[in-house]
Design a protein around this ligand. Structure first.
Ligand SMILES: [Ca+2]
Length: 174
């Protein structure tokens, strides 16, 4: 009896998470394949704009490594092509745990640490690249095979951290 209650609770949490996904600018995807033991990278090109909330000045991102649980982990990094600046590689240390979505800022449970890159307010500075990486681990190549599912959260923000216009396309799918 206790076990079935836990399952119901988990289902409700997942449903709540997906409800938040729509409003919070999330992109789900898969990086790596059944045959790829080597590291793989998905790339998204993000364009920030003023949607009425304010002029964009920076991009925030974090990633959750979703089930199935593999030996590999997933990380995210923001790059600003105009000046070559980039954030640290932010890795989700736990594969497959529940990733709770926050609608007010950085999510903490189940996600990699949030990273923010300031591209500035210039009109030509509003394009960023986000790399989502399937990370090498110390385990065997055989154990590293398989697609890693992930949830990428991204927000263009004003200089004071207010969410503003955020559009993105995938430019590399590995
Ligand atoms: Ca996680």
């Amino acid at each position: 009896m206790k076990k079935s209650q836990k399952i119901i609770t988990a289902s409700l949490l997942i449903a709540a998470g997906y409800a938040g996904v729509v409003s919070a600018h999330n992109q789900t995807g898969s990086v790596g394949t059944a045959a790829s033991g080597a590291a793989a990278t998905d790339v998204y090109q993000v364009t920030c704009s003023n949607d009425g909330s304010g002029a964009p000045a920076q991009l925030f991102a974090q990633v959750a490594d979703l089930a199935p649980v593999l030996a590999t982990l997933v990380s995210v990094q923001i790059v600003h092509p105009l000046d070559g600046a980039s954030t640290v590689l932010s890795e989700d240390p736990v594969d497959g745990d529940t990733a709770t979505v926050s609608t007010t800022g950085a999510s903490t449970t189940g996600w990699s640490p949030g990273v923010t890159l300031k591209g500035g307010a210039a009109a030509n500075a509003q394009i960023y690249l986000i790399n989502v990486n399937k990370q090498y681990t110390a385990s065997t190549v055989a154990a590293q095979k398989g697609p890693e599912l992930y949830n990428l959260q991204l927000h263009c923000q004003t200089a004071t951290g207010v969410h503003t216009g955020t559009n993105w396309i995938q430019t590399q799918n590995q």
